[in-house]
Design a protein around this ligand. Structure first.
Ligand code: KG4
Ligand code: ZN
Length: 339
């Protein structure tokens, strides 16, 4: 006799990816469909919320259909519907929520709202199904940079977060000024590989040991000043050196704080999540610092680091298993924080 698997449909529309996924038992990906709008937003140098919302409306049901098709299941087979309800762009969130609520209502299935940041944490469960807390988690992406101690699933101790820009935002803003396409993080990561990270000494915001918070606005200003000065002087910027030095200023601070947090909390496992966790230098640096201390480092594959619905389905599955579900009045919370 085979035990029935619990199937969760996840829906994610918080930014510029329309995504749907079906996962089994919270840990196993049956399908993971991501329709990216990046091409549309590239010519504006960043995400335009109104365009994003409209595109989500067009894409949401085809993407859900594709996720069901890829998973080889029917809508009626789904047990739980999980959807991102914040943080993110309100127009996009509302599209995902409306789709999720309509389906859940029509099918008589439970609806679970998921915090997008919590979703990023669960991307690690999909990458490593046996993963057990406690661990230190850095979630860094275009909208958030949070350093967390997770003693058990569902329990988040916030050690620090950014006081201004998110790490990914800093990457994107500076890349844009350099004329690189959106999103800037992968572009800078690529250029940096051929550069000298010691070429330019950029500031480390809140780089000291007295806080786990981050600040990237000083770095952003210093990088802008560097670019403007070079342009005024008619000097060519060495892009690989600039990218490597700029990236290093971010990676240096992120990695040092993650390691200090692990030491302070006695954690033997670090997990990285969010789009910036796809950064090759960050992955390498955290591993290099953690290895000699006997601390494990888990980073999901890049496709699970950036926005996707499998991570939302995973977080939703475990929330539902812990007895949480939402009513039809579930609303979008653009500034939702982890608690
Ligand atoms: O998690 P995500 O897909 O969306 C948000 O929730 O924001 O993260 C997107 C962010 C963007 O700022 C992008 O530039 C950054 O992650 N990113 C990277 C890399 N890949 C994506 N930043 C640095 N290096 C990368 N390889
Ligand atoms: Zn994200």
């Amino acid at each position: 006799m085979s035990l029935k698997r619990i199937l969760t449909l996840g829906i994610e529309t918080s930014c510029d990816e329309t995504a749907a996924a079906v996962i089994a038992d919270g840990k196993y990906i049956l399908s993971n469909v991501i329709a990216s709008q990046i091409d549309l937003h590239q010519r504006f140098g960043g995400v335009v919320p109104e365009i994003a919302a409209r595109k989500h409306i067009e894409a949401i049901f085809p993407v859900i259909d594709q996720a069901l098709l890829d998973a080889g299941v029917k809508l009626e087979d789904i047990d739980v519907i999980a959807v991102t309800y914040g943080p993110g762009l309100v127009g996009g969130l509302l599209v995902g929520l409306q789709a999720a609520k309509s389906l859940a209502f029509a099918l008589g299935k439970p609806l679970v709202g998921v915090n997008h940041i919590e979703g990023h944490i669960y991307a690690n469960i999909l990458a490593e199904p046996d993963l057990e807390p406690p661990f230190i988690c850095l979630t860094a992406s275009g909208g958030h940079t949070d350093l967390l101690h997770i003693p058990e699933f569902g329990h988040y101790e916030i050690l620090g977060r950014t006081r201004d820009d998110a790490a990914g935002e800093a990457f994107d803003k500076i890349a844009r000024v350099l004329g690189l396409p959106y999103p800037g993080g992968p572009q800078i990561d690529r250029l940096a590989k051929a550069g000298n990270r010691g070429a330019i000494d950029f500031p480390r915001g809140l780089g000291g040991e007295d806080t786990f918070d981050f600040s990237f606005s000083g770095l952003k200003t210093a990088a802008l000043n560097y670019i403007n000065r070079a342009r005024q002087m008619g000097e060519e910027i060495n892009l690989p050196d600039f990218a490597a030095s700029f990236q290093w200023a971010i990676v240096d601070v992120l990695s040092a704080k993650v390691i200090r947090a692990a030491k302070e909390k006695g954690a033997k496992q670090i997990i990285l999540s969010g789009g910036v966790a796809a950064n090759s230098s960050l992955r390498e640096k955290v591993r290099t610092l953690a290895d000699p201390l006997g601390i494990g480092v888990l980073v999901p594959p890049p496709v699970l680091c950036t926005d996707n619905a499998a991570m939302i389905a995973s977080a939703g599955h475990f929330k539902y298993a812990a007895g949480h579900a939402h009513g039809w009045d579930l609303n979008a919370f653009p500034n939702l924080q982890l608690e």
